[in-house]
Design a protein around this ligand. Structure first.
Ligand SMILES: [Zn+2]
Length: 187
């Protein structure tokens, strides 16, 4: 953890960091259990998922686990056509941190991960302490709660409402990161 400690600012290092997490055995086909190299940092009243160590592009980070539903919510992740993973109702804070920490993964228009099936993979090298982000329109056909993005990246699309609402130019830009159900979706 020394690499992470030196990467965090003095202010950040006084904040609560949960993680790295232990991999859960509940999901089939995940191979050997190990440590998940991400943590949740609470900063300025907001939670963000950060890398606890430096990660290489292409590295598998963790799996998104949850209840499947056909109704998207603010936090759900779309994993197939009409299929969304969400947190179970009434889930406690401890369990959120143990199993559903993925809900703290924020959007960026220049993301450093993508979601393949239910697995989150790095698409760039990620430094220790760097926030883990994905582009919501690479998984979501239509966002339950569209929002105005202020990620500050030069590619920022502004309004983020899902793949179906993205411009042709934006769709072409997102193509390398797109979930399979969006590659084959009919608009
Ligand atoms: Zn943006």
């Amino acid at each position: 953890m020394t690499e992470l400690a030196s990467a965090l600012t003095e202010e950040q290092s006084t904040l609560v960091l949960l993680g790295p997490f232990a991999e859960k055995e509940s999901l089939p086909g995940h191979g050997a259990m190990g440590e998940i190299p991400v943590g949740v940092l609470r900063s300025g009243g907001e939670y963000r998922l950060i890398a606890c160590e430096s990660l290489r592009a292409g590295a598998p980070l963790f799996w998104v686990d949850g209840e499947t539903t056909d109704v998207p919510s603010r936090y759900s992740v779309q994993v197939d056509e009409g299929v969304h993973l969400d947190l179970p109702e009434g889930v406690g804070q401890e369990e959120i941190m143990d199993v559903y920490f993925w809900r703290f993964m924020n959007h960026s228009c220049s993301p450093n991960t993508r979601i393949v099936g239910r697995q989150v993979l790095a698409v760039t090298d990620i430094g220790a302490g760097e926030e883990i982000t994905f582009h919501y329109a690479t998984t979501e056909f239509a966002l339950a709660e569209p929002f105005d993005c202020r990620c500050g990246s030069q590619n920022c699309a502004g309004r983020i409402a899902g793949f179906s609402a993205a411009s042709d130019v934006e769709r072409a830009r997102l193509r390398p990161w797109l979930a399979r159900h969006l590659l084959t979706s009919r608009l």
